[in-house]
Design a binder for this molecule. Structure first.
Ligand SMILES: [Mg+2]
Length: 197
């Protein structure tokens, strides 16, 4: 059997589950570019927009995320936005951030991911999908043998069908806490559960 020892071999989810993220962070800016990306052989990021870099309530990209994107570019990380959103506002955002974009991506279907990879001339093995949803961002990445980092959503406000899926996501994630600090949402959930964690 050939072992997956180098970057040329597609990654298989170690847990055996499409719905288990490879890493789970509280926020994009908590991902260490040198250690968590470059150190893991990841040179390309396919990046979700809504509630990953763009707040759903204020429609702004928080300052720490703007800084992180600039630092990632400086470190020669290639970033391509990958969004299911079809509004022209995401195209304008891509222009403002000076990033390539694949919109209307229909995640978790593979076409958008593959289009994004070919747009930035990247390989699956050294690319990571980063987003806030298990059923779109993470599942689609794993179906293609790519790594996926899950982020806690920037704000709780979300589309109705997304809110429904969030309940299932929470069940799948169990007690998993995001790296990089406990976020407000997790704190609230802990209170709701009456847990002393
Ligand atoms: Mg999202």
């Amino acid at each position: 059997m050939i072992m997956a020892t180098n970057q040329g071999t597609p990654h298989m989810p170690s847990s055996g589950s499409f719905f288990t993220p490879d890493r789970y962070f509280s926020r994009l800016s908590r991902i260490d570019i040198a250690k968590d990306l470059l150190g893991a052989g990841l040179r390309t990021v396919l990046l979700d927009i809504d509630n990953t870099i763009l707040r759903r309530d204020t429609h702004e990209v928080p300052r720490d995320i703007v800084v992180w994107l600039a630092q990632a570019k400086q470190a020669n990380i290639t970033i391509c936005l990958l969004s299911n959103n079809w509004h022209t506002s995401v195209l304008e955002l891509a222009e403002t951030l000076d990033l390539p974009i694949v919109a209307k991506a229909l995640k978790p279907l593979p076409f958008g991911y593959l289009r994004a990879l070919s747009l930035v001339h990247a390989k699956r093995a050294n690319s990571v999908v980063i987003g806030d949803q298990l059923f779109t961002d993470v599942a689609g990445a794993h179906a293609l043998g790519m790594r996926a980092f899950l982020l806690a959503p920037l704000v709780e406000q979300d589309l109705t069908h997304t809110l429904f899926l969030r309940n299932i996501e929470r069940a799948l994630l169990g007690d998993a806490q995001p790296e990089g600090g406990v976020v407000a949402q997790s704190v609230r959930e802990m209170h709701e559960r009456g847990s002393e964690e």
